[in-house]
Design a protein around this ligand. Structure first.
Ligand SMILES: [Zn+2]
Length: 333
């Protein structure tokens, strides 16, 4: 089969012919029908990010996967060949959480083998491309909002970075009743989209002081919750400055740079909290697929383009260049 493989030692990346993998006991082989392209993949190809359980050798990337059950390992019950499934990102092993496409071979391939416990059935009405983005690009902001931040209806929020993940955050914040919802992004298309999908205000941080504007829009106090989907220290500091007393700031964007708190005492007086967020728990993907089946949420507009597996480098370049401001590009093997 074909698979897009990254050599973790040399950084070499490309599509290769490799053997079709067989499922071990408890695991299932899935024929990949769609697999999203994520900034995490770009960080891995760029050498800035490695899975905690996989540092060397070759790895098939791709962690936003939907497809059909193709072969079932022993000790697996409840699944049949041909079942339509999405794959949750994480599963636990003795040494901790493992992420598909990060710690073991992922879905930029014709087939992928995954633990049966990570499979989630897709409703018949949902196409594979939309289903594929649920396990990360949608479920990560979903869990950040509903669990880590525990946003309540009526709370004011601000979102820095309304691209491939932050856009979904705007939709979910609207769904859970946050108000007002303030988007912050330098790209005009991203701001327009945020306003269309549920933001009440959209701020261009290059044209105005985002913190001052947010204070003005919230009677001078700041927002109850501020989200960072960017992963830059300067933005993380702005989050704190724009957050109200007793507010929460949620860091979702991966940041490898140092962060300096110049007056840590302010955090005490303001009773603010900084909370980190990563991925989502096992209930997020099934809950979201139910909401999609019931037409409570719709992410079909987020599929900005399809690429065959052989053109995976074109998809990566497209995401890197942000040409046409794509939300999610999907590989179709
Ligand atoms: Zn991702």
């Amino acid at each position: 089969m074909l698979a897009a493989r990254l050599n973790l030692d040399t950084g070499e990346f490309g599509v290769k012919d490799v053997p079709v993998p067989n499922p071990d006991p408890g695991w299932v082989r899935v024929k990949v029908r769609a697999c999203g392209v994520c900034l995490t993949d770009l960080h891995m190809i760029g050498g800035h990010l490695r899975g905690p359980h996989r540092q060397t050798g070759e790895l098939t990337l791709g962690h936003e996967i939907a497809g059909e059950v193709d072969s079932i390992g022993s000790d697996v019950e409840g699944w049949n060949v041909g079942d339509r499934v999405a794959i949750s990102l994480l599963h636990n092993q003795a040494d901790g959480e493992h992420t598909v496409g990060v710690d073991f071979d992922g879905g930029w391939a014709e087939y992928v083998v995954v633990p049966a416990i990570t499979l989630v059935e897709i409703p018949d009405s949902l196409p594979f491309d939309v289903a594929s983005i649920v396990p990360d690009a949608v479920s990560t902001p979903w869990a950040a909002i509903t669990q880590t931040a525990a946003v309540k209806a009526g709370e004011s929020v601000a979102v820095w970075g309304v691209g491939g993940v932050g856009t979904h955050a705007i939709q979910i914040l609207r769904f859970v009743g946050a108000a007002p919802i303030i988007a912050v992004d330098p790209l005009p298309e991203a701001r327009e989209r945020a306003l269309r999908l549920g933001a009440d205000y959209a701020i261009d941080p290059r044209a105005e002081n985002a913190v001052e504007t947010i204070k003005r829009l919230t009677k001078g106090v700041g927002v109850n919750v501020a989200f960072d989907f960017v992963g830059i220290s300067a933005v993380e500091l702005e989050l704190l400055q724009a957050t109200a007393p007793f507010g929460r700031t949620i860091w979702v964007g991966a940041n490898a740079q140092p962060f300096t708190l110049e007056a840590p005492g302010m955090l005490l007086f303001m009773r603010q909290q900084i909370r980190g967020h990563y991925a989502s728990g096992p209930e997020a993907v099934p809950d979201l697929l139910d909401l999609l089946a019931l037409d409570r949420l719709d992410f079909s507009e987020s599929i900005s383009g399809h690429y065959p597996l052989t053109d995976v480098t074109d998809a990566i370049e497209h995401l890197q260049s942000k040409k046409g401001n794509p939300v999610r590009l999907v590989i179709v093997p």
